[in-house]
Design a protein around this ligand. Structure first.
Ligand SMILES: [Zn+2]
Length: 219
């Protein structure tokens, strides 16, 4: 019901640029805000963790609109940027499936959706790769965005687990999340997938915080 109301609101009210509020007809950003998004173009040095654009004062508003205001059309735009980045970095690599960073049941009910799951689902449709629900949270932890890099590493220890090891065995898995900050969360999840028998894992996020310790934004 909450989801249905969300969709109706999006139809009745016109789309506004997620950053500056200007009315737009397509996408999630007006032209001038889109021009300010810093897309990551460099090739990662064999890093399995990639992101589409830098997390900064402009893009954090886009992520905020998606994550906390439930503007689902932003997921279409974000997943398109992510799909492009995946093609640039991984070319023809074949992933067996896509999965996502899970939320605790309480957090998900409160928000109405898991933003990473929605991005993974959209990517799955775009790329023609199945989206699988593979991970779960087994321990409650603090929200990552208030913590330092060192605290984040400790905070995710033992938090994630694989739901069904049989589903991981021999698979090449792409893990999806919204924001990459220090990488603690995606690394903890990838480790669980590898321990459960996955042969390869990589992560794809919409945004990546560069120089995290010096720049923090609200999102
Ligand atoms: Zn704008």
């Amino acid at each position: 019901m909450v989801k249905l109301i969300g969709y109706l609101i999006e139809i009745i009210f016109p789309k506004k640029c997620a950053v500056c509020g200007k009315i737009i007809t397509d996408g999630a950003l007006c032209e001038s805000c889109l021009a300010k998004i810093r897309f990551i173009k460099d090739k990662p040095d064999n890093s399995p963790d990639i992101a589409a654009f830098e997390y900064d004062s402009v893009s954090s508003k886009l992520i905020y609109g998606f994550k906390f205001r439930g503007k689902r059309y932003i997921a279409d735009v974000l997943s398109e940027y992510m799909a492009q980045r995946l093609r640039e970095c991984f070319g023809d690599r074949q992933f067996s499936c896509i999965t996502y960073v899970p939320m605790s049941g309480i957090s998900e009910r409160r928000r109405g959706f898991n933003q990473s799951e929605l991005l993974a689902y959209k990517l799955s449709q775009k790329l023609g790769i199945p989206c699988e629900d593979m991970l779960k949270k087994v321990r409650k932890n603090k929200t990552q965005h208030t913590l330092s890099a060192d605290e984040r590493r400790k905070n995710v220890h033992g938090v994630y687990a694989v739901k069904d090891k049989e589903k991981c065995r021999g698979k090449s898995i792409l893990l999806v999340d919204d924001v990459f900050t220090t990488g603690s969360t995606v690394r903890a999840c990838r480790d669980e997938l590898l321990n459960a028998g996955a042969v390869y894992t990589a992560s794809l996020c919409a945004a990546k915080a560069i120089d995290y310790e010096h720049r923090r934004y609200e999102a």
